[in-house]
Design a protein around this ligand. Structure first.
Ligand code: AMP
Ligand code: ZN
Ligand code: FE
Ligand code: FE
Length: 296
């Protein structure tokens, strides 16, 4: 039996509606799925209901973007300190109506609404003729309020500026590329605390995206996250080669962390099928057993 513990729906930047994911999961031979949309729990009730109706296990989740800078000493004069890559924290078994997660949602929505027009401005300055209204129209068609760079990438495809999402990121939208604008983020501690407040387990998503090449430095970084309350790390992910996944499995053992895994399914927006990481049921079982008792 297999599970997939990292998926996105139209509640953020996936292209499949949350109530339609469970049937796809069954078609892919899965017995449990987590829905982990970026910074929102909006899709969870609909996905939960469909899982229940179809008889597969559901893990309510979220993926919170956090500031990879662990040195959080106040330094307002210099907010451009060098950062490692991307830090995303998955929350699994979260309550969808938790107040702290609602706060995460509200603040990240605000942060995206500030950043996205600035990205469009940069694109315009580069001679790329799209408008912020084009982006809003696409998001509105898809029924999401969590507008991310993949939506902007989609507009770039529609207008013929790039062939695909990957090209949009390598040419314009990725970190360090000419239209990249950093968004205001929570600290890792805040993201982990919010997930715990919601009764969930916190897992370091796709650790390879941290882009910490040195294994000792990575160990220290993840150990610091653990001291902040991190419960698990994601071992199986499409960005991890088998060797990389094996090294994260070892890291989890050394630090006594649980493991998670998933396809990071985004529907048509990424070329990765649901269930393609073949995450064994034992991974789900260990998480389920470790889950803190619900505090109602
Ligand atoms: P945002 O949260 O708006 O900054 O967008 C982040 C999302 O963009 C990620 O969750 C990925 O789905 C997608 N993304 C980030 N980098 C890339 C990339 N190089 N190629 C394709 N998609 C990417
Ligand atoms: Zn995404
Ligand atoms: Fe992510
Ligand atoms: Fe993701």
């Amino acid at each position: 039996m297999f599970c997939d513990l990292h998926t996105h729906s139209t509640a953020s930047d996936g292209t499949v509606r949350p109530e339609l994911l469970p049937q796809l999961a069954i078609d892919a031979g899965l017995s449990a799925i987590a829905l982990t949309d970026h910074d929102t729990t909006a899709g969870l009730p609909a996905c939960a209901a469909a899982c229940k109706a179809l008889g597969i296990d559901f893990v309510p989740g979220i993926e919170i973007s956090a500031d990879p800078l662990l040195d959080t000493s106040p330094d307002p004069a210099n907010d451009d300190r060098p950062r490692v890559g991307t830090l995303h924290i998955l929350g699994l078994f979260v309550r969808h109506d938790d107040a702290e997660l609602a706060h995460v949602h509200d603040r990240m929505l605000d942060s995206r609404l500030q950043r996205n027009p600035l990205i469009v401005e940069r694109l315009n300055a580069l001679g790329v003729n799209i408008t912020y209204d084009d982006v809003l129209a696409l998001a509105s068609d898809e029924g999401t309020e969590i507008i991310g760079r993949p939506h902007i990438a989609q507009v770039l495809i529609q207008k013929g500026y790039v062939q695909n999402i990957k090209e949009a990121f390598t040419k314009y939208l990725g970190q360090g590329k000419p239209a990249y604008v950093r968004k205001d983020l929570f600290t890792a501690a805040q993201a982990i605390d919010a997930i715990h407040h919601a009764g969930g387990l916190a897992s370091l998503a796709h650790p390879v995206q941290l882009k910490i090449a040195d294994s000792d430095a990575l160990y220290r970084y993840v150990a610091t996250l653990k001291s902040l309350g991190l419960d698990a790390i994601e071992v199986r992910h499409p960005d991890h080669t088998p060797d990389v996944a094996a090294s994260f499995q070892q890291l989890a053992q050394r630090l006594n962390l649980l493991t998670t895994g998933g396809s990071d399914f985004h529907g048509k927006r990424k070329d990765i099928p649901l269930g393609s990481q073949h995450v064994p049921w034992s991974v789900y079982d260990a998480l389920r057993s470790a889950r803190p008792a619900p505090q109602y």
